[in-house]
Design a protein around this ligand. Sequence first.
Ligand SMILES: [Zn+2]
Length: 319
Amino acid sequence: MRVKHEAISRALGVLLIAGLMGALGACGGDVAEDDGRLRVVTTIGMITDVVERVGGDRVSVEGLMGPGIDPHLYKASAGDVRRLANADLVFYNGLHLEAAMADVLAQMDGRTRTRAVTDGIDRSLLLTPPEFEGAWDPHVWSDVTLWMSAVEVVRETLTEVDPEGEEGYRERARAYLEELEALDAWVHREVERVPDSLRVLVTAHDAFHYFGRAYGFEVRGLQGLSTATEAGTGDVQELATFITRRGIPALFIETSIPPRNIEAVREAARAQGAVVEIGGSLFSDAMGDPGTDEGTYPGMVRSNVRTIVDALAGDGGAQ
Ligand SMILES: [Zn+2]
């Protein structure tokens, strides 16, 4: 019965999208005036940042998901569908990150050019979580060097769609990649301040496995790879026991996920005698406010690393 309901609701969703797109010719609505720039629509903020940096003033970028938005659960509004259909180019993460937008993105095929920025990553570098057979972990931006391949995909696709801008795209991509290379080296240096035995990152969901692999942390998320999977009380107790046994001093909440689950883990660990704090808030699947340092991809990475090192390194921590 559940399967049938899902099939019907999917079919209705497709009809709704088709209807909206049919009405596009008649109403311009909230669509921006054509100013000669390439109109690009993006999903998560980290992609918006890449497109703004590489595109420069040749593109106008509209990101659908702002600060605090959870991309696993995000559903496209009617306005989003109009923006997507009117764009020259759509960039999304792929690897099933934007799970609730899959139908909408598929419907764009043949109307608007769409590209997953993770297309350029060698599949052998992707992590395959045991609980999601046949799926890859989509949170590639938590390893700066992996995210650099998204910059290449954006540069290449912008150049294909707008060959006249090639030189500018190449120059700006080169400058951004240099900045990211330096950022990656900085992360490696900073995490050295955390003793090996305390290099354990406990967060609300599994968004940091690439970070863990790249920078030498063991990673434990309460919820799995997607926030669509709810954590049970058994998971809370098990994680609390792990924290108590290992003497982990801090857990982390995430800006795009309600903090109650991680707070429940802390309470359960304290009930077992652990001395454990909330070490701060990490930008996992969304960036900070526009206009702040955390509202950029490099700034988000810096903020996360400072928060992690401050909380786990104790007195010898970040300066
Ligand atoms: Zn996530």
